[in-house]
Design a protein. Structure first.
Length: 345
């Protein structure tokens, strides 16, 4: 019943303007401010005056035999109104996604919750704690050390994250523009986590190590009304450098792109619309959809000319708002691993 109630109230709809209604007007909600100064640890917490927010972690992992895995943990907050209340009258809605991807399987599950009753939320009272039911991302207030756990019918994971570099403010000091008409979000990342822990899959327990990337973003109307979805790449190079790039697709205009180059010491260089290019090389049939699963990526100002390919083309997130999300391998001018998210297909 909770699932039905949540879907009836969910302000997202894949058939509405933009992907999941992210291009619709947000009357009454706050809008991102280019003069806003992101402050820690306060901004690790919730922003209920905004309509949409997420805590989004992806990890590239290997087991002792060198087999590759991907891990995802995401907590989404969406709101029916720009405020919080106690109990069932609270307008905050919560959704959690968790997934594990191998070369052969993609396991995914979802949790749905209402705010105001303790079932889901984010707290900075005693360290950092983000949770939905028994899933949690918990640790230090500065996010430098976290424990992450989630479970589904066919998987469990518990891993520890340790930051090895600084947080990156995306865009202009955390103000990330998403369209030529000026839609934007507040956006920052922690791209430097080391990871160690264990997966439990149908074949048994698997020790894993690797690296992870956390994205934090909040807005009220992050897409223009004609934008239908995005292709988002996080790349972790063997050199220690990192890179984020995204393409926002439109029905009526040229794609809008953005990128951030992050040196191994954490120095970030934001790149404007047009500096980053992503070209589909191959598509895969995923159910009834044709999904791009091999890409050519280019960031000429940093000498980046790479191809990226999914380790499992079938990494479809069959959730309330469906999308594709999975780990990728990087080859070319730079090598490494990363993650790809694609929406609106």
């Amino acid at each position: 019943m909770r699932f039905v109630i949540f879907l009836c109230l969910l302000p997202f709809s894949v058939s509405a303007q933009g992907f999941a209604s992210l291009g619709t007007q947000a009357d009454g909600f706050a809008l991102p401010d280019p003069n806003y100064e992101i402050t820690f640890p306060e901004d690790h917490g919730t922003h209920p005056e905004f309509r949409i927010e997420w805590w989004y972690l992806t990890a590239n992992l290997t087991d002792p035999a060198g087999r590759a895995y991907g891990l995802q943990w995401t907590l989404f907050r969406s709101a029916l109104g720009p405020f919080e209340r106690a109990g069932w009258s609270d307008p905050q809605l919560w959704m959690g996604h968790a997934a594990v991807t191998s070369t052969d399987h993609h396991y995914v599950t979802e949790r749905l919750a209402r705010g105001g009753i303790g079932q889901a939320g984010v707290s900075l009272v005693d360290g950092f704690d983000a949770w939905i039911d028994d899933w949690h991302m918990r640790g230090s207030r500065d996010l430098s050390a976290l424990e992450l756990r989630a479970s589904g019918s066919d998987f469990v994971y518990k891993v520890n994250l340790t930051a090895q570099g600084p947080i990156t403010l995306q865009g202009d000091q955390g103000y990330s523009i998403k369209s030529a008409s000026g839609q934007a979000s507040h956006y920052y990342s922690q791209p430097f986590y080391d990871v160690a822990g264990a997966l439990t899959l149908p074949e048994g327990d698997i020790a894993v190590t690797g690296h992870a990337w956390l994205d934090r973003e909040w807005s009220s109307q992050p897409l223009a009304s004609d934008q239908t979805g995005w292709d988002w790449f996080s790349l972790s190079f063997e050199s220690g450098a990192r890179m984020m790039g995204f393409v926002l697709r439109s029905d009526t205009a040229a794609p809008y792109t953005s990128a951030t180059w992050i040196d191994a010491d954490g120095t970030a260089t934001p790149l404007p619309n047009g500096a980053f290019e992503a070209t589909t090389l191959e598509t895969s049939q995923v159910g009834e959809r044709s999904i791009p699963t091999r890409w050519a990526l280019s960031l000429p100002s940093k000498g980046v000319a790479v191809t990226v390919a999914a380790i499992n083309t079938q990494a479809w997130m069959a959730t309330s708002v469906p999308y594709w999300e999975g780990p990728i391998l990087i080859e070319g001018s730079h090598s490494g691993t990363g993650y790809l998210e694609m929406t609106g297909y």
